[in-house]
Ligand binder design. Structure first.
Ligand code: FAD
Length: 289
């Protein structure tokens, strides 16, 4: 973890672009609650294939205007160089200076994979198109990407994104700190040293967590799964246990030198806020980690 300790810690919250007016109002309230924590940035997801293009732009520009730097996610799958170039220009014109650059997953049956096949090609294209204007974040997978041929290939593919010009990375969520430590150790052995910020998923709802984790290849350790299962419909106990487990993991990560945390909020303030408060992150200068 030595390589990670040199980086300044940063804390961020991720949202998805709301579909309805009601969703927009809710996000505004969530944004206001989380803005009080003075995070380093917000980020807004992007539906692969461009399905949320306009909503992502609208949400990013609106949040960015309100004073906290906001980064759009941008996926290349299904898009052309020209379309991606236009999107980059829109963001630049609106003062955006950070992008989360991804390949994305095209929903089945939704057309061809596009001109840029992998995230390393997207990173190279953004550098070619916009030079160093944007700080570029890429995705990292401590438990490895579900489509990776094997762990070694996946690490090499991650290194390709760094060689192409990525500045830092955010991980897929995990509940096993050792997978993150091992991933960092392997990167260190390969001489790859950029900040790799753990992505944190608060535990709120058991069935949706299981569904989502199966889809993205994140493992829920058996002891956590079994305990959550035992709570059945008791959402209060699920949240209490989830908060404790995730807070403890975050503390372990930060103590070991993780360069910050990125919260997958799912447009809810409370679950991320309670972990944030347990950790005392608002008082960043003084935290003992
Ligand atoms: P890549 O880095 O391109 O990797 C994809 C797979 O291809 C891996 O198995 C890798 O090993 C392999 N690979 C990579 N490069 C090569 C190469 N050159 N040759 C051969 N094989 C290669 N999805 C969305 O649709 N919208 C979002 O907003 C979004 N936000 C995300 C945010 C974070 C922090 C994370 C971790 C994921 C996010 N995702 C999002 C999910 C992501 O799009 C998927 O996990 C997707 O399957 C892979 O994207 P990637 O950028 O990691 O792809």
């Amino acid at each position: 973890m030595e390589s990670q300790k040199q980086f300044k810690r940063r804390f961020s919250f991720e949202f998805f672009p709301p579909k309805t007016d009601q969703g927009k109002e809710k996000l505004q309230t969530v944004r206001n609650q989380l803005a009080e924590m003075n995070p380093d940035f917000f980020s807004v997801t992007f539906g692969a294939g461009g399905s949320t293009r306009d909503r992502t732009i609208e949400t990013v520009v609106n949040l960015h205007k309100q004073g906290i730097s906001t980064a759009p996610h941008l996926s290349c799958v299904g898009g052309t160089r020209e379309e991606i170039g236009e999107l980059l220009d829109v963001y630049k014109e609106n003062g955006i200076n950070r992008i989360v650059a991804l390949r994305g997953d095209l929903p089945s049956g939704m057309g061809a994979s596009g001109e840029l096949r992998y995230a390393n090609e997207l990173v190279a294209f953004i550098r070619e198109h916009s030079g160093d204007h944007f700080a570029l974040e890429v995705a990292a997978y401590p438990e490895f990407h579900p489509q990776a041929r094997n762990a070694e290939e996946d690490l090499k593919n991650f290194a390709r994104k760094v060689q192409a010009g990525a500045n830092s990375a955010i991980t897929q969520y995990f509940f096993n700190a050792d997978s993150y430590f091992y991933f960092i150790e392997r990167l260190e052995q390969m001489g790859v040293t950029i900040p790799v910020v753990p992505g944190i998923m608060p535990i709120v709802n058991f069935s949706s967590l299981v569904r989502f984790s199966d889809m993205c290849g994140a493992e829920i350790p058996r002891w956590i799964r079994k305990q959550l299962e035992a709570y059945g419909d008791d959402t209060v106990s699920i949240r209490k246990f989830g908060e404790e487990v995730v807070t403890n993991m975050c503390e372990t990560l930060l103590k070991a030198g993780a360069p910050g945390l990125h919260f997958y909020t799912l447009n809810q303030a409370e679950p991320s806020l309670s972990i944030w408060k347990n950790l005392g992150i608002s008082d960043r200068e003084k935290i003992a980690f």
